[in-house]
Design a protein around this ligand. Structure first.
Ligand SMILES: C[S@@+](CC[C@H](N)C(=O)[O-])C[C@H]1O[C@@H](n2cnc3c(N)ncnc32)[C@H](O)[C@@H]1O
Length: 226
């Protein structure tokens, strides 16, 4: 009986550790834990994620290029840029003459992004800086495009981060973000489409629509009216 109780207790503790640190990436333990975990896995992040480069080109860089056409020199902000996925995708797009600012709170994710930027020769197209999504260090109406992929659910206050993104977006500018599809494992953190639509509408964004993207995430598109 005692052994069974011990095994059960151990099982529960292991499940809690897995759920708090692996499945939900520290989000219920606070911002510092989230960032510390990203610092910890930064050098393995790309290997873990195994991005589908072709799908990213079609569904992120080509889709963004089409959304802002005919403008070919946009100023783009990628919030929670991680290892530089969006900046590198945009910089390697044919006919791209703009500039991408990638911002992230994790020092080590940014250092991986910096190494990739140098290796791929995109220094003049990309600026990388450390900062928090809840307080973007930019003036209002500064960017033609703001992106934030696979990151909102890890932030302490998603509505505040989205308000900041809407603030720094120019009139007529495009917001591209994501919502996690499986909402079972992250109660209160993952939003349904209706909640995202409600928050973006309250921020004054329009043309809100959702697009199928990956197994785990849908894309959320919106425009700031002129
Ligand atoms: C799952 S990764 C996504 C990275 C990148 N957007 C991509 O699609 O590969 C989440 C990123 O969000 C960053 N992050 C989490 N909370 C943040 C915050 N409050 N401010 C800025 N970055 C944050 C993490 O450091 C991490 O790099």
């Amino acid at each position: 009986m005692t052994l069974l109780a011990l095994a059960l207790g151990l099982g529960i503790v292991c499940f809690l550790i897995w759920w708090l640190l692996i499945e939900t990436e520290g989000v219920y333990l606070g911002r510092r834990v989230v960032i510390a975990l990203y610092d910890l896995v930064a050098h393995r992040y790309d290997r873990i994620k195994q991005f589908d480069e072709y799908a990213d080109h079609v569904l992120v860089s080509q889709a963004l290029t089409a959304a802002i056409a005919p403008k070919t020199d946009p100023l783009i902000l990628d919030v929670a840029t991680g290892t530089g996925r969006v900046p590198l995708l945009m910089a390697s797009s044919a006919g791209f003459h703009g500039h991408v600012v990638g911002m992230d709170a994790s020092r080590r994710m940014l250092s991986v992004a910096r190494a990739k930027r140098i290796a791929q020769g995109f220094d003049s197209f990309i600026t990388l800086l450390r900062g928090d999504a809840s307080q973007l260090p930019f003036p209002a109406e500064h960017f033609d495009v703001v992106t934030c992929l696979e990151a909102l659910e890890f932030m302490p206050d998603q509505a505040v981060a989205l308000a900041e993104m809407a603030r720094v977006l120019k009139r007529g500018g495009i917001l591209l973000t994501t919502i996690r599809i499986d909402t079972r494992w992250m109660p209160d953190r993952t939003w349904k489409e209706s909640k995202m639509r409600e928050v973006l509408t309250a921020l004054g964004l329009r043309d809100i629509h959702f697009a199928i993207w990956q197994e785990d995430y849908s894309q959320v598109w919106a425009r700031k009216p002129m």
